[in-house]
Design a protein around this ligand. Structure first.
Ligand SMILES: Cc1ncc(COP(=O)(O)O)c(C=O)c1O
Length: 434
């Protein structure tokens, strides 16, 4: 597009996106036309759009860019691998190295199975659990996000409480029959969860849980109660650590909250922003994948062409090496906690009821006075319209956030980034008050 200004170029690209991409974008969220953007590049804590605008990025690709964009060590690892080929569908050194690092870091892990996405990871983890236990039903918690497969999309974003253990499908196209196999319980209600698990123990293969459910902290004792009752009945406990893994601590939620599941799903940060995810599990849980010890009819099928490919695995090895450096998690927590407190203080100053629930490395900005925020229904008290308008005001000021979603912190956000962001927060709140 010669002769166009950068702004005209971006407008033309957005028009093409509207024509050629299904739904005109990425799916579930849309920005207003005057703020919509096409990312041209990212570096560190920043991204630039095609029109030339710079943003401090707290979306971070919805989490994967934990090291910031284009981290030099990840680039170097990928560049070293690329001339050797990008995929073989045979064993390769980076995938073995990465598996070893994951096993070293993750309390529940003896072995690793690679998948291509978080959705595939939770989908296969449930299949592994069914094969291991020879039972069919699974349980999840209301408001938990486990990806886009037919067993995950029940009771994820209901506007009224579910008729526990039944819930409604989140997407059209999810077969009603899948709902027969998925029980839903409210998060942080130990008594209800234990009672439901006990009642369905003989048919339950797995309980899958986001230990930090979106932005909701587990209350003391909740994860422990679920661990205890699942163990008692031989039900596989699966932690979905796709957000929390390598982010809220080196050993993820298992380390942070001190509860060890049978399997855990990893994605996002585990591969430095490249398309790879994984299930890490105990030898006992993963035995159903072992073609060396079982005949084919007894083995779980969970193989995909590009899984564990050497480019993504090399990126993952480099990313985990950076995260293993001393002080990384302290810095992540310090930066995140400053931002959370700053947003809440600005809300108090402007008389806006706003809270930042979650962990320092990943949290929400929720416009509600309800305290404490314990479960999905508590979160529905948040004013989503205000959340959307706040996000727009932030984007207008060069701070990239996903409306009503999470704020992700990277290891390269600086004190100066936080100061700039907090001054935008102050202006955005002032503008909302008008
Ligand atoms: C907790 C959790 N589990 C699973 C998924 C699905 O991962 P993916 O988008 O890679 O399929 C997500 C995605 O955001 C997630 O947040």
């Amino acid at each position: 597009m010669t002769g166009c200004t950068p702004a005209e170029q971006q407008a033309a690209l957005l028009q093409d996106a509207g024509t050629y991409l299904a739904g005109g974008g990425l799916g579930l969220f849309q920005l207003p036309a005057d703020l919509n953007l096409v990312v041209a590049r990212g570096e560190g804590s920043r991204v630039w759009d095609v029109a030339g605008r710079e943003y401090i990025d707290y979306h971070l690709s919805s989490g994967p860019a934990l090291l910031g964009h284009a981290h030099p060590e990840v680039i170097a690892a990928v560049q070293a691998q690329l001339p050797k080929g990008s995929t073989y569908f045979f064993l390769n050194e980076p995938e073995i190295q990465l598996a070893r690092k994951i096993v070293d870091a993750v309390p529940c892990a003896d072995e690793v199975l690679y998948t291509g996405s978080g959705t595939e990871a939770t989908f296969y983890a449930l299949r592994i659990a069914r094969a291991r236990t020879r039972r069919d039903k699974v349980m999840k918690f209301e408001g938990a996000w486990h990806g886009m497969h037919d067993y995950g999309l029940w009771g994820t974003v209901p506007s009224t409480p579910s008729d526990y253990p039944r819930s409604k499908p989140d997407s059209v196209g999810v077969p009603a029959m899948a709902g027969e196999l998925v029980l839903v319980s409210p998060f942080n209600d130990s008594a209800k969860a234990v009672e439901m698990i006990e009642r369905h123990a003989k048919e339950l293969a797995a309980v899958i849980i986001e230990p930090l459910q979106r932005v909701l902290l587990p209350e003391p004792g909740f994860l422990q109660a679920v661990r205890e009752v699942t163990k008692k009945h031989g039900i596989m406990l699966i932690f979905d650590e796709i957000v929390t893994g390598f982010r809220i601590a080196w050993g993820g939620a298992q380390e942070k909250y001190g509860v060890v599941p049978d399997m855990a799903c990893y994605g996002k940060a585990v591969s430095g922003g490249f398309a790879l995810a994984a299930i890490a599990g105990s030898t006992d849980a993963m035995q159903v994948l072992d073609v060396r010890k079982r005949n084919r009819a007894e083995v779980v099928w969970a193989t995909n062409t590009l899984n564990g490919n050497p480019v993504c695995a090399a990126a993952g090895v480099a990313a985990l090496d950076v995260l293993a450096e001393p002080g990384v998690y302290d810095r992540l927590h310090a930066i995140g906690s400053r931002l959370r407190k700053g947003i809440e203080d600005a809300g108090a100053k402007h008389g806006i009821a706003v809270q930042c629930p979650g962990e320092d490395a990943v949290f929400g900005v929720r416009f509600t006075a309800r305290k404490p925020l314990r479960n999905w229904m508590d979160l529905t008290t948040s004013d989503k319209d205000l959340g959307y308008r706040w996000a727009c005001e932030m984007i207008r000021r060069g701070i990239l956030v996903n409306p009503n979603e999470k704020i992700y912190i990277s290891v390269v956000h600086s004190d100066a980034d936080i100061a700039t962001t907090l001054s935008a927060v102050d202006e955005a709140f002032a503008s909302l008050k008008k």
